[in-house]
Write a protein that binds this ligand. Sequence first.
Ligand code: ATP
Ligand code: MG
Length: 664
Amino acid sequence: MSDDDVQLEARLEEQEVFEPPESFVEQANVTDEGIYEEFEENWPECWEDAAELLDWEESYDQVLNDSNPPFYEWFNGGTLNASANCIDRHLDERGDEAAIEWVGEPVDEEDVTYTYEDLHREVNEFAAALREQGVEEDDVVTMYMPMIPQLPIAMLACARIGAPHSVVFAGFSADALATRMNSADSEYLVTCDGYYRRGDPLDHLEKANEGLEGVEHDVETVAVAERLLDGDGFDHDYADNQVAFEELQSEHEGAEVDPVSRDAEDMLFLMYTSGTTGEPKGVKHTTAGYLSYVAWTSQAVLDIKPDDTYFCSADIGWITGHSYIIYGPLALGTTTTMYEGTPDYPDKDRLWEIIEDHDITQLYTAPTAIRSFMKWGEEYPDSHDLSSLRLLGTVGEPINPRAWKWYYKHIGKEDCPVVDTWWQTETGGMMLTTLPGVGDMKPGSAGPPLPGVSADIVDVSGSPVKAGEAGYLVVNKPWPGMLRTLYKNDERFIDEYWREYSNTDSDDPADWVYFPEDGAKIDQDGYITVLGRVDDVLNVSGHRLGTMEIESAIVGVEGVAEAAVVGGEHDIKGEAVYAYVITEDGYEEDEELRERIIESVEDAIGPIARPEAVIFTPELPKTRSGKIMRRLLEDIANGEELGDTSTLRNPDVVSDIQSKVGGD
Ligand code: ATP
Ligand code: MG
């Protein structure tokens, strides 16, 4: 590093508040800080700003119906169609513009651009086919597909005919597919023959077929998109109810299907949460509230404009992909990018290559990915021209300040605001984050609630905690994008999200408080730092410590790439801190580093948080969505039998870690 670089690093390391870059503010969609007050004063009518982003067939006659909390309804009386909003209304002005830029994993394969016209044609043909197969309004159609264009085409075709979709992440097991189809009584499946992972074709249909064996009712139709290139396919005989996606479409070449008029509160889709905690929950999202909320947040937070080429690297199998690859960006008529593969294939610069080739204007990704980029080294982004980027975003878990600053400096070149967006499958869209053209950014803290969103940090009894103290995050008022219920299970909906802090006997909305099950703290400026799930809070000698806070202190240490902290049983303390640590390439797993880690935790939180053990490991057990399986690490720390490891992305790592703990 040159002297300048060293100085810059030192300055960045100290800096705790970052102003939005001026060049960004000059062109931002939202720049008036008065928006917070305006929304508060006009709540709930403020949300008409979101509704105005949509085209309505019938306009609504009530913004919010809160007569039966927590079963809130938004924009009652209005009718609209989500596929018409994401496609048809853009045809006149933007028909020839790209709606979806699709990038397949194989490097020598051509990218495919779907203009709004193309998307319109594909969606109509498939919608006609679904109808002919018997799909009616409100029938749930399951999709078990990776990042291939037929996935959004099928989703939008469903939206067009008023059939809710339920997308199951392609990396999930056959059992997960069966459980979800059974739970939703879904009689239709859209899947594919296979896809590419790190250069190899994967047989996906085999897994889908295995899943279908576990479905307890008749399955009418299985549409199979044929993704694999010639010569890479696997041999499968299609069953009687199975038919190629392309064949279904070509039977309806040129078909036009009128978008079905849907009531505002009609279900748009179901999304089962990843289920790292218990039985999967069928989160129900509706047409108007959800679509207006994701369109509004895409505009205000991601700063999306029609001429952008926006890229979210999540998978459409997660809510992030639903809201911020498909529905939000397409509702705004922009170009959204879809990448099939992993960021390290064929090399660790694949994302940077995509950004350079497509002149990407916004990148929305996850902290776990950013920590991998850091570990791989800045030479990968440095070898590409990333100057088209205007905004960076993160979602999925807390981002530690060191990773935030790396992202800001090495990807954004200190010219792009970073929005750290806290939200959940259940919230439909973003809830806590800075507005990039308005608020200062504080690395490690998501920021204040969005305008119109009312959140607090409370103690066990529900009273707000003081600035700086850890507590529980709650949301006090409904918002348009919120889940309406858990599919066919209103009681569980109340139990899971409301019972904790509400007076469930009351009809007064003021007595109902949504509990996302995350711990958090708030600073004197109202910025919220989410510490992680409440089941990730440790109780060490009576002190409640957020695992995320300790992890953040550890990953702030030079040489540490990633860390996971769990509680291990302890005779005296109740729980003790166990830290699992991955080192950055080029650093020794030695006593010196161990000491620095312990010191950093003591400095950041206090001696009470001093780790009982620091265990170096080459990898951490992760779920398919990239979240650390803390429960498993806890079992290892406690020397217990391990539960189900089948949902892990990397099951082999478990025995490695076990042997290390044994020998430590
Ligand atoms: P499940 O609910 O099925 O156990 P999950 O909670 O991991 O799975 P998601 O809805 O995808 O499923 O994730 C939402 C959770 O992710 C939040 O509740 C929070 O714990 C975490 N999260 C998301 N974004 C952020 C962020 N910016 N900062 C901190 N935590 C975040
Ligand atoms: Mg959750």
